[in-house]
Ligand binder design. Structure first.
Ligand code: KG4
Ligand code: ZN
Length: 357
């Protein structure tokens, strides 16, 4: 079955054509990041307008790249939530129109669950991955899950405060490296010494699988204040102050910060696999694009005899192939959505109540 995936939950406008939930025939992503970076983050109204402008050319391109006419599409999978309501509305409205016009089924997909489906893309038989421990590392979530299948999971540990991606973004902002921060911090860290600064690694008392990255981020911000007089708080620093930071210091700060994030993620993920007695690990979300994290995951999996499946880099960031993939799996398990489906900005993660994650 040929599935068309549509994703517009945040600032990426994406469409993809995926066959049988596995084979990606095309995946097109247009990002308004450059525009948003002027504001240091995503401006919801701007995101909605960009989606409106881009969704049709992106869809046309996805169909053309796949060599598939609209008439061959058998199912439409669209991100229903979570996300920005105006942004979600663009993808959901287009999808409903297409489903109605083509007379084909429609399915609403939970964006974060789709990030954990991304490692399954390209595999002949995704069902062999389960049960698995899932590590979701995205802009808003850092979460460890015990997954029975792509649609059913139990949370083992989660963010208590800042998510890993959010910490990358805030540190990048304090250093004036732009948005999104993760790739910028990673690039800067490449020239740095990861043991130059002894930043703290937080543990959540009584909850060894929960994460807390806010203290680490604050430690970086204090260092910037104490050594270079950069005031605490986002976006308030005079660029002149930041220029006083030598390139090597900036690189050392980034490398030391990144190393603590990576080692925290690795050690808690290993602990989760041990506690759950599961030997398969799925990793997805924007932060999974980080080269140092990928390198350390590979080494840890080899050392501990785990089967590791990390999303390909291009499917770590927001994309529609993961939406089409999970949409197909859900459809095969009997789920679907009516044309009365609407965007759900707080759509529950694996059916769990909002607020429990
Ligand atoms: O998964 P995603 O697209 O966001 C949500 O769905 O929430 O991930 C975006 C996050 C941003 O915080 C971004 O800074 C981070 O992923 N990110 C990275 C890298 N690439 C993206 N973090 C660290 N290293 C990277 N290379
Ligand atoms: Zn995402």
């Amino acid at each position: 079955m040929i599935v068309l995936g549509i994703e517009t939950s945040c600032d990426e406008t994406a469409a993809a054509v995926v066959e049988d939930g596995r084979w990606v025939r095309s995946s097109v992503v247009a990002a308004s990041t450059d525009l948003q970076s002027e504001f240091g983050g995503v401006v919801p109204e701007l995101a909605s307008r960009c989606h409106l402008k881009w969704i049709r050319p992106v869809l046309r391109r996805a169909l053309r790249d796949a060599g598939v006419p609209l008439q061959e599409i058998g199912l439409i999978a669209v991100t229903q939530g979570p996300g920005l309501v105006g942004a979600l509305m663009v993808g959901v409205s287009l999808s409903k129109g297409l489903a109605l016009g083509l007379g084909i089924p429609l399915i609403g997909v939970q964006h974060l669950q789709a990030h954990l489906y991304a490692p399954c893309l390209g595999s002949k038989d995704p069902s062999r991955f389960f049960p698995a421990v899932g590590l979701l590392v995205s802009g808003g979530h850092t979460c460890l899950l015990l997954m029975n299948n792509p649609a059913e999971a139990r949370i083992l540990g989660q963010t208590r405060d800042d998510a890993a991606g959010e910490a990358f973004d805030k540190v990048a902002q304090a250093l004036g490296l732009g948005y999104p921060g993760g790739p910028a911090v990673e690039a800067c860290a490449a020239e740095g010494n990861a043991s130059a600064y002894a930043f703290p690694r937080a543990r959540v008392r009584g909850r060894p699988l929960d994460f807390s990255f806010s203290g680490l981020k604050t430690a970086v911000l204090y260092e910037l204040r104490d050594r270079w007089g950069i005031p605490l708080g986002p976006g308030r620093a005079d660029p002149e102050l930041r220029r006083k930071i030598a390139n090597q210091d900036r690189a050392d700060l980034c490398a030391s910060f990144q190393e603590v994030v990576v080692q925290t993620l690795i050690s808690q993920t290993l602990e989760a696999c041990e506690r759950a007695r599961v030997r398969t690990l799925l990793v997805g979300g924007g932060v999974a694009a980080n080269g140092r994290l990928r390198e350390c995951l590979d080494a840890a999996a080899a050392e501990h005899g785990l089967q590791l499946f990390v999303s390909e880099r291009r499917y770590c960031i927001d994309n529609a192939a993961m939406i089409a993939g999970l949409g197909y799996a859900l459809y095969r398990s009997g789920k679907g959505a009516g044309l009365d489906m609407s965007p759900d900005p707080r759509m529950p993660f694996f059916g769990l109540e909002p607020g429990s994650i």
